[in-house]
Ligand binder design. Structure first.
Ligand code: ASP
Length: 302
C-alpha cells in the first residue's frame, strides 16, 4: 500500500529497494521513494524492478535514461541489465540511445534467446517495441560536457574519478519469493565512445539467484575485473548476512582501488537488505522510506 503522499510504506506486496548512483561529490540526499512506490504496479519482482528503474530513468537528475551523461564524443551510449533470479534468465543492452533502456533489457530477457544485445540489433528491437528514442540529454549534462571540452574540467581528474560515476538500480523480492536485480546507466563522464561498463554485465554490475539479488554502482571497470556483484551474492548464498557481504566485498574493492567510488546493495530471500559504499553520497530508498548505507571514506588519489 502506498500512502496519499506517494511515499513507501511497510506493507507493500513486493519489497523493492532502489538507488540513484554513488558519487564522490557531496550531494544532497535525493528522495527516491517515488520509484519504490511506482514499483507497486507489479506483483512480480521482475515487473517491480522494471517499473522502479523506469521512474529513475525519467528523473532528469539521475545519470540514466533522460539524464544520461555524454561520452567524450558527445554521444549517448546507455547500458542496462536485468536478471530474474527465480529462472536464472538475464537480459541486457549496451551502447544504446533509448529513453528507457531497462525496458529493452527486459525485452531481451523475455523475447530473445540472448543475454546481451547491442548496436543495430538493439535499435531494431527498440523500434519494434515502440520504445521512445533518446534524442538528447538534459541541458545540465550537455553543459557539463561542453565544460569538459573547454578544459575547465568539472568532470574530475581522469577517467573513473569519483566525481564522474553514477547509475541507478533496483532489487526486489516478491510474495512468491522471486528475487530480481536491475541496473541502468548513461556510463561514466569522460568515457570514450564504445566503452561498455559493468551495468549490463551479469556478475559484474548486477547479480540475482534464488537466494539473493545484488546491484553495484561505481567505476564499472573495477566491478568487471573483480565480478563484484557475483562475489557479494556468493557470500550471501554461503550464509553471510547481506550487510556483511556488501561490506566485505567493498573492502576487497578498496584494496584494489581505494580512490574509486563504489556501492553495493543486496537483498536476500528472507527480505534482509544490506548496503555499503565508498564515496561522498549515495541516495537509497526502500519499503521503509529513505534508507542509509554504511559509508567508508574515499582515499584521495593525490
Ligand atoms: N557502473 C557504471 C559504469 O561504470 C557507473 C556507475 O555506477 O556510477 O558505467
Amino acid at each position: 500500500m502506498i500512502d496519499a503522499g506517494g511515499s513507501a510504506t511497510e506493507d507493500q506486496s513486493v519489497r523493492v529497494y532502489v538507488h540513484g548512483g554513488v558519487s564522490g561529490r557531496t550531494r544532497e540526499a535525493r528522495d527516491l521513494t517515488y520509484a519504490v512506490a511506482a514499483a507497486q504496479v507489479s506483483s512480480s519482482a521482475l515487473g517491480a524492478v522494471e517499473a522502479a528503474i523506469m521512474k529513475l530513468e525519467d528523473d532528469p537528475e539521475l545519470n540514466a535514461g533522460y539524464g544520461a551523461v555524454l561520452n567524450v564524443a558527445g554521444g549517448l551510449e546507455l547500458d542496462a541489465g536485468i536478471a530474474d533470479g527465480s529462472t536464472g534468465a538475464v537480459g541486457a543492452v549496451a551502447g544504446i540511445a533509448v529513453r528507457n533502456p531497462i525496458r529493452l533489457a527486459r525485452a531481451v530477457l523475455e523475447h530473445t534467446p540472448h543475454v546481451l544485445v547491442t548496436g543495430q540489433g538493439a535499435a531494431r528491437l527498440a523500434e519494434e517495441l515502440g520504445l521512445a528514442p533518446l534524442e538528447d540529454t538534459t541541458p545540465s549534462q550537455r553543459a557539463r560536457w561542453q565544460e569538459s571540452l573547454s578544459g575547465k574540467a568539472s568532470a574530475g581528474d581522469g577517467f573513473g574519478a569519483p566525481e564522474q560515476v553514477d547509475t541507478v538500480g533496483a532489487v526486489a523480492l516478491d510474495e512468491r519469493g522471486r528475487l530480481c536485480a536491475g541496473s541502468s546507466t548513461g556510463g561514466v563522464a569522460g568515457q570514450m565512445a564504445g566503452r561498455v561498463g559493468d551495468s549490463p554485465l551479469f556478475g559484474a554490475g548486477f547479480y540475482a539467484s534464488r537466494a539473493v539479488a545484488v546491484i553495484g554502482t561505481g567505476v564499472g571497470e573495477l566491478f568487471i575485473e573483480t565480478l563484484a556483484s557475483l562475489r557479494a551474492g556468493h557470500l550471501i548464498e554461503c550464509g553471510v548476512a547481506p550487510q556483511q557481504a556488501c561490506e566485505s566485498t567493498l573492502a576487497m574493492l578498496g584494496e584494489r582501488r581505494a580512490d574509486a567510488a563504489a556501492g553495493l546493495l543486496a537483498l536476500d530471500d528472507e527480505g534482509r537488505v544490506g548496503a555499503a559504499y565508498r564515496g561522498d553520497s549515495w541516495s537509497l530508498a526502500g519499503p521503509e522510506g529513505i534508507m542509509d548505507a554504511v559509508r567508508l571514506e574515499l582515499v584521495s588519489r593525490r
